[in-house]
Design a protein around this ligand. Sequence first.
Ligand code: 13P
Ligand code: SF4
Length: 312
Amino acid sequence: MPTAALDLKESILALKKERNAVILAHNYQTGDIQDLADYVGDSLGLAYHAKETDADVIVFCGVHFMAETAKIVNPTKVVVLPDKDAGCSLEQSCPGPELEAFLKANAEKNYYVIAYINCSAHVKALCDVICTSGNAIKIVNKAPADRPILFVPDANLGAWVMEQTGRKMDLWQGSCYVHVEFTRDSINRIKAEHPGALVVAHPECTQAVRLLADEVCSTEKMITFCKNAPVKDIIVVTESGMLHRLRKECPDKNLIAGPTDRCACADCRYMKMNTLTKLHACLENLSPQVEIPEDIRSRAEAPLLRMLEQSK
Ligand code: 13P
Ligand code: SF4
């Protein structure tokens, strides 16, 4: 490794100590960031860690809504992220004012609103409970039986949860721009190249792709699935960062990136906005920080805590 990169890593670790900071990273971060983090995981594991840490500073290497979630459950801590512009197409598909207007216009339905964690603090503040891909089935199964459910913002994940639980829900029509790039043809082509391989896919994929998978699950559950799989070849249909952790934790497996029609794998441009240089800068300057108006934060906290309680 070049000396400059080594120096940067050492400097990040020294700053982390000085600031009494914890570095949390999502499974889709680049390998160099994952390797420096104190914890790498899915949205659910990250939310638990953000809530439980006793560090003074949380450095969140993921996208903005994830750092925002850490601040919602831990308002007294400083929460910084390497790039404040790291957004998410799902979050963008459901602006708070639009959901607010929709709920007002449909007030007579008395919706029980379940929000996938990939949304803004404003949207979280408008809903009854949050879920992640790791606990969505459990959360939907615990929804009151006498209320209609509105599920926001991911229509693909919502459709998968409906298939799994048999519970009907009205679905907001948002999607992850990365996961909808996988197609039936692109996955069938890679399956044909690796006969006998198993396929694991994220529930943000379309139904046509989910139907080709042997397992559909959150990024954290992909680790367990691949470790326990009785075959060597596994096609992993999700964002490319996942392969780094899988290859580290399942060295005996041949982990193959699921391709799209255009590329050999799928990168989330938002997740990949974070770099070691920006991570260093945010620790040094304690900026950019996540700030949330207190009325929104406190209203968003209740459904998040309900999720953490219900998914135990
Ligand atoms: P999980 O890691 O919780 O499965 O979520 C995937 C994702 O798309 C996060 O942006
Ligand atoms: Fe959002 Fe999709 Fe990127 Fe995850 S992979 S942050 S859902 S755009």
